[in-house]
Each structure stands twice: as C-alpha cells, then as structure tokens.
Design a protein around this ligand. Sequence first.
Ligand SMILES: NC(=O)c1ccc[n+]([C@@H]2O[C@H](COP(=O)([O-])OP(=O)(O)OC[C@H]3O[C@@H](n4cnc5c(N)ncnc54)[C@H](OP(=O)(O)O)[C@@H]3O)[C@@H](O)[C@H]2O)c1
Length: 159
Amino acid sequence: MNRFTGKTVLITGGTSGMGLATAHRLITEGARVVITGRTRTRVDAAVHGLGPNASGVVADAADLGAVGALMETVRDRHGHLDSLFANAGTGTFLPFPMYPSAALSTAQAKALTGQIVAGRFGRPEEVAAAVAFLASSDASYINGQDLIIDGGLVGAVPV
Ligand SMILES: NC(=O)c1ccc[n+]([C@@H]2O[C@H](COP(=O)([O-])OP(=O)(O)OC[C@H]3O[C@@H](n4cnc5c(N)ncnc54)[C@H](OP(=O)(O)O)[C@@H]3O)[C@@H](O)[C@H]2O)c1
C-alpha cells in the first residue's frame, strides 16, 4: 500500500516505541516523516535507521518555544503538514497491554495478561497499524472518535 505517497507526517517522540514503529510503518507506505525527541543523539540514531524519507528535529514537547520552532522547521522543509501523531511522553504503565514484558517476572506477566482479552501484551507495530489507518484516507469519514488499543482490557474490566 502507498496510502501516504506525497504526504508529510510529524511524529512527536519518534525515537523509540510506538512513535518509531509508526514512523517505519508510514515510510513503508510512502510518507515523508519528521520525528522529534529530546536529544540529538537519539533523534539522529532513529533517523539513520529510518532512512532518507525521515528527518529529525530536537524539540522538547514540554517547551512551547521549541514546539513553535519545530513547526517553523517543518514548514521550511516541507511547506505543509498532512498529519500529526502527538505521541511524545513518558510514564509508568502498570497494568497496561503495552508494558514491556521483559520488565516483569513470569508470574507478574501471567497475572497481567490474564486480564487482557487478547491474552498478551501489545506490540508497538500494532499501534502503528492503527495510527496509519486513522491518518490515511481510509478513515476519511471518521471524526472525533476514540480508538482504544488495549487487547480488550478496558472492555473486560467490570465497572
Ligand atoms: N507504553 C504504554 O503502555 C503506553 C500506555 C499509554 C500511553 N502511552 C503513551 O504513548 C506514548 C509512547 O509510548 P511508548 O511506550 O512508545 O514510549 P517510549 O518508547 O518511551 O517513547 C517515548 C517517546 O517520546 C519521546 N519523548 C518523551 N518525552 C518527550 C518530550 N518531552 N519531548 C519530546 N519527546 C519526548 C521519547 O524521546 P526521547 O526519549 O528520545 O526524548 C520517545 O521517542 C507516550 O506518550 C506514552 O505516555 C504509552
């Protein structure tokens, strides 16, 4: 599929995890992608891995001045922006289907995945696939919806 040919996409927090997986996915589908991160080293490493259709900007999402400068840079480089994935952030996610299973003991992982309908943790690529759909023309008649990507966890928890 080449749903993003000629499209420019900005992904904040594209140096690892879901942001980086989404950058890979969208480039595979033809996009030019701009990623951000807080350090030059990590941004450069990610851009190197993504290839010639990626570029990077060091911009802390918590710094309004940096965000303004980021948009100026994107405008200078590409003239316009087709999609934004506002992904930058940090946190501790327990229990949540994207939590890296390597950080858990076998018993902890079993207890957590037992609550998930899918029976396993999610992968960044699975989030990337959903982002690609929502950012594409395939979602042209979808507006203002929440798509919960959790392997069925929220729906399974009694309220
Ligand atoms: N994983 C989960 O289970 C889960 C659940 C709910 C929500 N989320 C949210 O989903 C997003 C991605 O999560 P992930 O698991 O893929 O995390 P991750 O692998 O730690 O990636 C986070 C990305 O955000 C960047 N970042 C963090 N703070 C930033 C800032 N102030 N300005 C610019 N970039 C910043 C990081 O870049 P540098 O470190 O290179 O600066 C990195 O590229 C985060 O916003 C997270 O809060 C994750």
